[in-house]
Design a protein around this ligand. Structure first.
Ligand code: PEP
Ligand code: MN
Length: 259
């Protein structure tokens, strides 16, 4: 669906983010095993997803929760990429892994908890990789744009914003998905913005509805947590949709793309 605001196109291999087609990033919250990520990648590519996601370093609020597979998980993501051709995105939490990420990862994700980590922003600003910058959960739009400027200052203007919900007094949902950020970011920065209705709601049954709402608001893409057995997900299972639901969402999004 066409946005009222034109944004810079960001190229990732053959993929264009910020063009006429909504970019669908899909995959599990965490890479859990090679078998898991290959199975999800193979079904995601069949459905027409554009990018494979999967966390290998997980910023968990509770330190006793699963922290991610680390670089072993990256090997599994790379195997999934080799088999499906899907570009991969994963979160960088520590600049000491930047060289490995620069070499192997197609889009580097900066998570909500690190939006204020200015040394990390500066480090990714010195690369030539597209950066997906998630909104801090208590960040104003202005602070979020400043965070992007920390990246851009180093010479990297390949920035994709990602609205993933903010903390408000409302606690029915995990976060409050601020869709007004979509036109505001496009208008103020001329850069693409992707919406994450998974973290934005925390509720599996709301992901499809809010995906449609995001595309109607002009979002350049969606980031959706999906798993073949959502209830067995090691992290974020309550907001993870099945592969069948992901397929339905992608079908609707592709229809909206023609409008
Ligand atoms: C994630 O994408 O799995 C994640 C940890 O997101 P956020 O940084 O938005 O909480
Ligand atoms: Mn998650």
């Amino acid at each position: 669906m066409k946005s009222d605001y034109k944004v810079n196109e960001i190229k990732v291999g053959n993929l264009t983010i910020g063009g006429d087609r909504t970019t669908v990033i899909a995959g599990p919250c965490s890479v859990e095993s090679e078998e898991q990520i290959l199975r999800i990648a193979q079904s995601a590519v069949k459905m027409g997803a554009d990018v494979l996601r999967g966390g290998i370093f997980k910023p968990r609020t509770n330190p006793h929760d699963f922290q991610g597979m680390g670089l072993e998980g990256l090997d599994h993501l790379l195997e999934a990429k080799r088999l499906t051709g899907l570009p991969i995105i994963t979160e960088l939490m520590d600049a000491s892994y930047l060289d490995v990420f620069e070499k192997h990862v197609d889009i580097i994700q900066i998570g909500s908890r690190n939006m204020y980590n200015y040394s990390l922003l500066k480090a990714v600003g010195e690369t030539k990789k597209p950066i997906l910058l998630k909104r801090g959960f208590s960040a104003t739009i202005k602070e979020w744009i400043f965070a992007a400027e920390h990246i851009a200052k180093g010479g990297n203007d390949q920035i994709i914003f990602c609205e993933r919900g903010i903390r408000t007094f409302e606690d029915y949902t995990r976060n409050t998905l601020d869709l007004t950020a979509v036109p505001i970011i496009q208008k103020e920065t001329g850069l693409p913005i992707i919406v994450d209705p998974s973290h934005g709601t925390g509720i599996r049954d709301m992901v499809s509805i809010m995906s449609k709402a995001a595309v109607a608001a002009g979002a350049n893409g969606l980031l959706i947590e999906a798993h073949y057995d959502p209830d067995q997900s090691i992290s974020d299972k309550l907001q993870t949709v099945s592969m069948e639901t992901l397929e339905e969402i992608i079908k609707i999004v592709r229809r909206l793309d023609t409008l």
